[in-house]
Design a protein around this ligand. Sequence first.
Ligand code: ATP
Length: 367
Amino acid sequence: ADADGSRPRGHRLDMDGVRVRYGQTLAVRDVTLGVEPGEMLALLGPSGCGKTTLLRTVAGFIRADAGRVLVDGNAIDHLPPGRRGVGIVFQSYALFPHMSAAENVAYGLEARRLPKAEIVRKVEAALAAVRMESFAERRPRALSGGQQQRVALARALAIEPSILLLDEPFAALDRSLRLDLQLEIKRIQRRFGVTAVLVTHDQDEAMSMSDRMAVMNAGRVEQVAPPAEVYDRPATAFVAGFVGTTNRLYGRVEAREGEDYRIRLDAGATVTAASPRGFAVGERVLVCARPEQLTLRDAGDADPAAFPARLRQSLPIGPATIHDLETGASEIKLHEARRGAPPPPGPVRIAILPGATPSIFPEGETA
Ligand code: ATP
């Protein structure tokens, strides 16, 4: 297939024990990750966790100190970036300012010494795929940020890459443009069936764009799973915190109930929690709950699943209200649909919503 076709193509990408060191810094620590043909994998993690380094190693700008990068099972480590069949879209659009949109898209094709007529056809098709055909003759400075990024995407796709690498491609765009381009890239990636790796530090972006996300921390991958699984069953306290499971409570395992655990919170309530890991009865645990898994009750509420807290303030956020609370040493954020005026600051109780299952981790595990 080419840029105007809809025939899916997909190549498999493997990172096999990839290690990258900068002097004393071990930026990527023996990462093994496979990306299925046609899949979009998001590399998600905080600044400095090594996601850009890993992407640049796949692209060929950085040489791994150990491990291999393979496409369809063939090692590509010895190939320079231009011969790897990877298309890259960077955060900064990286278009040549003195060339038109069409010339920018043609650049990678000319480097491949394709016949002129074929280049013209592929450039037109690539610009059409990103809906930029009517801007072909414009220079980058006469295009908006979102339009420039579309041209950059067309340039990456025009070479019919085996693998599309997206390095924070939306970071420089404002919110509404970002959403448009996210939808557009997702649509194009699906239509072309191109295997893609997206680097982002934005959990919402990773969630909406990717088939699976790999959450990185300090050079390691802590979890690789579809977004819903990462959200519902974070593998570590770090992953839980990074995907917004920010409320941290402490307690002790009272009983095991099938796949779940009954936890006696120090705050004075009994809750049900889940974990992919095993815990013994009596063990101290960290309980992580998302702001929307909690609900506010009156101070006089007698539910044994509710625990006392102090409401510090309530802030309206669109159709919801964020309540800022404290219980013992824990700060709690609670997110509820807005209904009427919030209660005044002071003593309240907090309950876990029926059906919501917080995650538990060993007490000492840091986020
Ligand atoms: P960001 O989101 O800020 O780009 P990142 O997750 O992409 O972060 P990397 O840029 O891959 O992280 O950096 C990983 C680690 O390697 C960091 O500790 C960083 O300071 C270090 N590092 C990155 N590039 C270099 C370099 N050229 N020389 C030395 N250290 C580097």
